[in-house]
Each structure stands twice: as structure tokens, then as C-alpha cells.
Design a protein. Structure first.
Lengths: 278, 335
């Protein structure tokens, strides 16, 4: 099993200093810290989809950002294959970030509004000198096809796309550099359910076709239930429960997981949570 | 049957001046009885928010009601003068939005905002308004209400802010509360508490609620009846249980099939997950012949181009805009 591990995270911790009041600063009080991520460890296998669940403020996004060093962790280790993610500098870090790509919640904010879809995809390929990127059109249309968009999208600007199409483009751009790991941070949360289902299926397809491993951050437990092999539930910066999705959802061990599951609004009116409260 | 409290009749809302405005809401009809909770569910751009805003005459600038009527307790809301409209908004219909932060004034304390509402709308004196404000905060489940009166909105969590909004919106004990995506910005645990609170308020005040949400799960938790919107039309209405168990319109069925479920955790990971709905919804102003869902509908036939989108009753309480009724079984007809 250990030979299969693509990403190994051990003891990652991140503190944020809280803003001090003037009096606190003048009296030189020690800065209060908020521990956003607290001693988190897990490993991700090749081709695995691991869900990160939890309420807002549970630390799931900060953890995701620590993995790729958009936020610098204060302690711990992140290993991508044999490489030490936290020790890498310069060109080495750039190469590691190629191997681990991120997809964000709002593709509108992560795509350059003045660049056509084709240019955005090609730029990613060229910067990282991907094979095939010399032949721009073929490179771009192969990527678009991979996310089930027609080649005609290459000429469009982000504003001409729907939310779901933009998110597909953001995924295509991540795939442009042949990553081993995708970090999807609430990547489907802002989408309507009919489009969300299409994107979830796309993530599952990409895993099957490319063997890419995915860290799938989502606050909606049902979304995690749809696609993740394993799930880690976070609360106040810690992973309080980690296991096979089916096992965790059927027999949650931690009180917080049980609370989250109980609060999930079931679409079946016969299963109103009111029944529990009454 | 009791007289409806609110009647929306053949309402169309469009954007842009001139003879050919872009239609966002098309010929929408909806009744709400006193004390009833009705859900309006649909995806972004379906026209659900516009429809509910028109009840308070809050259609955003650039938009206008092209035709139709909104009647509240027998009065024509769209024809009310300024004074009557103020009093309707102040006393009879309350409204809460997705983002309570933008609806609360950030530079006034919670207590001052509540007391202002009570003094203006209910003519209370200062001391009486303070006591009532404490009672209101208590009613919406805010701990230590007397201390919270002094808090500014930014000092409260999202869930607490939404509770304050509900306290404000229900301060005059309105007969109708319009809640536009009230829990979308909240955590599931907080969401569950707010939904519980809405049910409690209905019981306590006998207030009717129009709940707008893109999340069928939220609708299913609290609503008695539901109307499903797509492309500016209501495509199906019915009691929430029958609509969930036996959807009559292909869009409703496709929407329900798209909803992710916790039970999917037990599915074999090698299986293909649910598909969603192929294609895209119509854009604002896009005019389609016949049924607006036909281009994405797996049951579409040539006749669909002649469909009027008028709701056709199915059984006693349900109605669907699909006259083709592809799911209608013989039992459903006799039931």
C-alpha cells in the first residue's frame, strides 16, 4: 500500500495571529493565535479521491492551501512522491506545483478575463514545457475534449461561459500540466445541482482515465458521498474522523460527524429532521 | 378551501425598455394560504428570486412587471400608493435574504435597529421597545438577549445574524414571511437550526412563508407545498411529498435525480455516478417555441413545440406544465 502513496501529509500545523487591540499592542501582550490546522496527517493513494469535509472555519481550505504552499505551514511535512514539498525552493517548487494542481471554487476569479480559453490552456502547457504544447491547437482541443467541451470553446473568453463550463476550463488548465494530484477546493459548491452532477462525474472519469488522485474539499456531505473513496472530517483544525466513505457515513464514530450527518437536509420529505427534534 | 393570503396571477417580469423586453418571469401563478409554507425551487436564473421580490415590489432597477397581478389579502399590491406600500412592507410582509450582513446596518447596534423598527412600525415608546426587542431576540433563540442588544452585526456569527434578521422581519408579526435563500450562506448545522426556527415561527404566529431555495433538501425539510421553476415558468406544483415521490414534469424528475445523496456513499465506487441534466438552461430573453425544457428533455417529441406551459392538473393537488405526461401511470390517473 505504501508504494502507492502519492501524497503523504504528516503533522501539518498552521497558526494565524489574531489582530491585537491597541492596548494589547501597547502593553506588549503576547499575540493570541488561532490554530487553523492542528497536527493533520493523512496519505493519498494514486487514483484515490479523498474528501475533506467540515463546517466553515474547520480548517479544510487552509489545509488544502498548505499542501501546495499557498499558505506556508508552521510545522509538519508534506511529501509528494519522494519530494519534500516544504523544503523545495525556486524551480524545484515550481515543478512540484506542476505535479499538484489546484481548482478553486470560483473559476471566474481564477481565469484571466482577458485571455481566451485556448490561450489560458496553452500558457499553462508552455510555462511548464509540456510535450505537445508546441502544437497549440491540437494541445488545446485535446484538453477541452478531456473535460467534454468542444474545440470551439478555445476562442471564447471566460465571460462567455456558464459557471459549469468555466469550471471545466479551470479543470482543463490544471490538467494541461499532467498533475499527479488535483486539489479541488469547493470546486462544485457554487454550481446548480444539474451542473454539479456533471462535474462530479467528470472528476470520477478523470480519475479513471488519468489515474490522478484528488483531494476533494466540500462542505456538502452528500457531494462527498457521491465521489469520494475515503473521507476526512475536520473540526477546529483537526481531522476528527477518517475512513472509507461508506463506513464513515453508515457508522460515524465521532460526535461531530454524527451532527453533520443529522443536519444534512434530506430531499425526501418523509425524512425531515423535525422528526428527530420532536 | 380558505381564501388565499397571497395570490400571484399570470405574472410576467421583463428587463429592458421598449416593446420587446427580455422576459425573466413568464405567466407565473401561485397561491399561498394563511399559515402555509410554500417552497419555490429552481436553479440559478429560473426567475424564483424575481418572483418573490415582486410580492414586495422589490424588482431590481431595469426590471418591471409586464403583466399580471399580485394580490395580498384582497389588495392589489402592484397598484398600492407609497403610503400603503410602506405599511405593507412594514407590518404585513417580512422578508429575509441570503446574506444577513448586507441587510443589517453595520454601524448600528442590533438593539437600536430592532427598537427603531418597533418604535416606527408598532408605535412603541423607548422602554417598551427595549423590552420587546429582548423578547424578540429571545424568541429567535439568541442567548443573553439583553447583552446582545449592544452588539454590532459584525460581532455576531452568520447564524446569529440570520436570527437577528428573522427577529427584525417578524417584529411586526407579519402574516407572510418571504425567505429568499435564507440558509444558503450557512453551515448545515446552523441551517438546520434556522429551518427549525422558521417552523416554530409559523406555529407561534400562524405566519405563512414563501421559501425560495435552489436546494430541494431545504425545501423538503419545511414546506407543505412546492412550486418548481425553470426558464421563468412554474413547471410543476404540488404537495412536497407527492411531488418528491411522483414528479410529473420531466424537469422536476431530472432535478430530483441530480440532487446528491448521502446514500451514494454506499454505492460501489466503480459505478458511474448520477448524470445531471445535459445542455444548458435558456438564457434571459431566449424565446423557445413551446416547452422551454424540451431541448434538454429526454422525453421530448415534435408536439413539444406547441406546448403552452400552462399548468395542467394531475390528480387532485398536483399540476404540471407537461401535457405529454410521460410518467403518468394508470394508477396515478385513478388516484
Amino acid at each position: 500500500m505504501s508504494g502507492d502513496v502519492v501524497l503523504d501529509v504528516a503533522g501539518v500545523t498552521k497558526d494565524f495571529g489574531l489582530r491585537q487591540t491597541l492596548t494589547e499592542r501597547m502593553t506588549r501582550q503576547e499575540k493570541a493565535v488561532h490554530r487553523a490546522v492542528d497536527d493533520v496527517s493523512f496519505s493519498l493513494r494514486r487514483g484515490e479521491i479523498l474528501g475533506l469535509a467540515g463546517g466553515s472555519g474547520s480548517g479544510k481550505t487552509t489545509l488544502a492551501r498548505c499542501l501546495i504552499r499557498l499558505v506556508e505551514p508552521d510545522a509538519g511535512a508534506v511529501r509528494l512522491g519522494d519530494a519534500d514539498m516544504l523544503a523545495a525552493r525556486g524551480g524545484e517548487l515550481r515543478e512540484l506545483r506542476r505535479r499538484m494542481q489546484m481548482v478553486f471554487q470560483d473559476p471566474y476569479a481564477s481565469l484571466n478575463p482577458r485571455m481566451s480559453v485556448g490561450d489560458a490552456l496553452l500558457e499553462a502547457g508552455r510555462v511548464h514545457q509540456r510535450p505537445g504544447a508546441e502544437d497549440g491547437d491540437a494541445f488545446v482541443s485535446a484538453l477541452l475534449e478531456r473535460v467534454h467541451l468542444s474545440a470551439s470553446f478555445a476562442a471564447r473568453k471566460p465571460r462567455e461561459l456558464s459557471g459549469g463550463q468555466r469550471q471545466r476550463v479551470a479543470i482543463a488548465r490544471a490538467l494541461a500540466v499532467d498533475p499527479e494530484v488535483l486539489i479541488a477546493d469547493e470546486a462544485v459548491s457554487a454550481l446548480d445541482v444539474s451542473v454539479q452532477a456533471q462535474l462530479l462525474r467528470l472528476f470520477v472519469d478523470l480519475r479513471a482515465e488519468l489515474g490522478v488522485a484528488i483531494v476533494f474539499v466540500a462542505h456538502q456531505l452528500a457531494v462527498i458521498a457521491e465521489v469520494c473513496d475515503r473521507v476526512a472530517v475536520m473540526q477546529t483544525g483537526r481531522i476528527v474522523e477518517l475512513g472509507e466513505t461508506a463506513a464513515v457515513f453508515q457508522a460515524p464514530q465521532h460526535e461531530y460527524t454524527r451532527a453533520l450527518l443529522a443536519a444534512h437536509p434530506q430531499p425526501d420529505p418523509a425524512r425531515r429532521m423535525r422528526a428527530v427534534a420532536a | 378551501m380558505t381564501e388565499p393570503l397571497l395570490t400571484i396571477d399570470a405574472l410576467s417580469i421583463g428587463f429592458g425598455a421598449g416593446d420587446e423586453p427580455l422576459r425573466a418571469v413568464r405567466h407565473v401563478g401561485l397561491d399561498i394560504a394563511p399559515g402555509e409554507i410554500v417552497g419555490l425551487v429552481g436553479e440559478s436564473g429560473s426567475g424564483k428570486s424575481l418572483t418573490c421580490r415582486s410580492v414586495m415590489r422589490l424588482v431590481p432597477a431595469g426590471g418591471r412587471v409586464l403583466e399580471g397581478q399580485v394580490r395580498f389579502d384582497g389588495r392589489d399590491v402592484l397598484a398600492l400608493g407609497d403610503g400603503d406600500l410602506r405599511s405593507l412592507r412594514a407590518k404585513e410582509i417580512g422578508m429575509i435574504f441570503q446574506d444577513p450582513f448586507s441587510s443589517l446596518n453595520p454601524v448600528y447596534r442590533i438593539g437600536d435597529q430592532l427598537m427603531e423598527t418597533l418604535r416606527v412600525n408598532r408605535g412603541m415608546g423607548k422602554a417598551q421597545a427595549r423590552e420587546e426587542a429582548v423578547a424578540l431576540l429571545e424568541r429567535v433563540g439568541i442567548p443573553e438577549p439583553r447583552r446582545r442588544l449592544l452588539a454590532y452585526p459584525h460581532e455576531l456569527s452568520g447564524g446569529m445574524r440570520q436570527r437577528v434578521m428573522i427577529a427584525l422581519a417578524t417584529a411586526s408579526e407579519p402574516r407572510l414571511l418571504i425567505a429568499d435563500e435564507p440558509t444558503t450562506a450557512l453551515d448545515v448545522t446552523t441551517q438546520a437550526q434556522i429551518l427549525e426556527l422558521l417552523l416554530e415561527m409559523r406555529e407561534r404566529l400562524g405566519m405563512a412563508i414563501l421559501l425560495v431555495s435552489h436546494d430541494f433538501g431545504v425545501i423538503a425539510q419545511v414546506c407543505d407545498r412546492v412550486a418548481v421553476m425553470y426558464g421563468g415558468h412554474i413547471v410543476e406544483t404540488g404537495p412536497v411529498e407527492t411531488l418528491y415521490r411522483d414528479p410529473q414534469h420531466p424537469y422536476t424528475r431530472a432535478l430530483l435525480e441530480s440532487v446528491p445523496e448521502l446514500e451514494a456513499a454506499a454505492r460501489d465506487r466503480s459505478e458511474v455516478p448520477r448524470a445531471g441534466i445535459p445542455g444548458r438552461p435558456p438564457e434571459l430573453g431566449e424565446e423557445l417555441p413551446g416547452c422551454v425544457f424540451a431541448p434538454r428533455c429526454p422525453y421530448a417529441r415534435p408536439e413539444c413545440e406547441a406546448v403552452s406551459m400552462a399548468l395542467v392538473p394531475v390528480g387532485t393537488a398536483q399540476a404540471s406544465a407537461c401535457p405529454i405526461q410521460p410518467f403518468r401511470t394508470t394508477e396515478a390517473v385513478t388516484a
